[in-house]
Design a protein around this ligand. Structure first.
Ligand SMILES: Nc1ncnc2c1ncn2[C@@H]1O[C@H](COP(=O)(O)OP(=O)(O)OP(=O)(O)O)[C@@H](O)[C@H]1O
Length: 229
């Protein structure tokens, strides 16, 4: 039976005082891969930010990975984040430390203390993204695709059931984009992880088809189809 991991009902999404998306209704089930498409500036990032607690939800209802977002106490946001993985376009790795130390930094920040367990977890996520031998590399020694893999490894550290990805292929060439999409589909399939991925790259969407949600003129349209712009 399908079990929701994201539920949004009658939500209005704001940036400051500006209403960006109106009356958003959406359900995403456990294990699904879903694209969030739409022209630049139509609110994809704003919707994702609401789901990971960076933008407050003040109007409407939403639960994400078991957390109720409406007027969520900011002190609860770290607990929400521990149950999610977030992947960004620009990798956001700490440039002054190697891959292992980048990952250890996140583990410590999310409450891990046992050094052996942390090392095991780091090996585990690096293996999942195909970077087993790269733990001692500095970010600047990695290609864009490898840096994006580290970003995905980082998102996997707390074994989330939901990954929110904001334009994860945005900075990559087409071949590397394909590799990252194969990796994300593999993670979704093999670990039953839900992935909601914002993109405006229709080539990626056509090549790796999945359910599509579109932001358009202040609304969110479910089961959208591709319109070439
Ligand atoms: N921090 C902010 N403060 C005020 N307005 C913002 C802020 N961030 C985004 N906006 C506005 O909100 C609207 C939606 O932006 P958003 O980044 O969510 O769109 P997007 O679909 O993700 O765009 P892109 O594909 O370019 O990332 C835009 O009009 C943008 O100017």
């Amino acid at each position: 039976m399908s079990e929701p991991i994201i539920e949004i009902q009658h939500a209005n999404i704001y940036q400051g005082n500006n209403l960006i998306l109106q009356d958003v209704n959406l359900t995403v089930n456990k294990g699904e891969f879903v694209y969030l498409v739409g022209k630049t500036g139509t609110g994809k990032s704003s919707l994702l930010k609401t789901l990971y607690g960076e933008l407050p939800l003040t109007e409407g209802e939403s639960t994400v990975a078991g957390f109720t977002l409406k007027k969520m106490d900011w002190r609860k946001v770290p607990f929400l984040r521990r149950n999610l993985g977030v992947v960004f376009q620009d990798f956001q790795l700490l440039t002054d430390r190697n891959v292992n130390e980048n990952l250890k930094f996140v583990l410590k920040a999310t409450g891990w203390t046992d050094a052996r367990l942390m090392d095991e977890k780091i090996q585990d996520v690096l293996e999942k993204v195909g970077l087993k031998a790269k733990g001692f590399k500095m970010p600047f020694e990695l290609s864009g695709g490898e840096q994006q893999r580290v970003d995905i490894a980082r998102a996997l550290l707390n074994s989330p059931k939901l990954i929110l990805a904001d334009e994860p292929t945005g900075n990559l060439d087409p071949e590397t984009s394909d590799e990252i999409m194969n990796l994300l589909f593999h993670i979704s399939r093999d670990f039953n992880t839900t992935i909601l991925m914002a993109t405006h790259d229709y080539i990626v969407v056509q090549k790796f088809p999945a359910r599509m949600i579109r932001t358009e003129r202040g609304r969110v349209i479910d089961n959208a189809t591709i319109t070439i712009e």
